[in-house]
Design a protein around this ligand. Structure first.
Ligand code: ZN
Ligand code: ZN
Length: 86
């Protein structure tokens, strides 16, 4: 059985994934929340699970970081460069 099977907390049935990495709250939050939406076919219960952020490799330094965020390594370098004028 797949390790990703999720059980309904109401009736114990198997939840079915209806949306993957659905972006929520784009107008309410500075950072969007991505969720996987699961629904129970037996009782209609809906559960949300935080989706794993999509990682991209930084073109500058190759460090993997979430696609919707700046590279933490390069952001730090930029701050240090500005401060110490290398
Ligand atoms: Zn259920
Ligand atoms: Zn980088």
């Amino acid at each position: 059985m797949s390790e990703s099977v999720k059980k309904c907390t109401v009736c114990g049935g198997e939840l079915e994934q209806s949306k993957s990495s659905y972006a929520m709250g784009s107008h309410l939050f500075a950072d969007r929340i991505h969720v996987d939406i699961y629904t129970c076919p037996q009782c209609g219960h809906v559960e949300l699970f935080a989706a794993k952020p999509e990682l991209v490799n930084c073109p500058q330094c190759g460090t993997p970081h979430p696609a919707n965020e700046k590279c933490p390594i390069c952001a730090l370098d930029t701050v240090l460069d500005g401060k110490y004028g290398r």
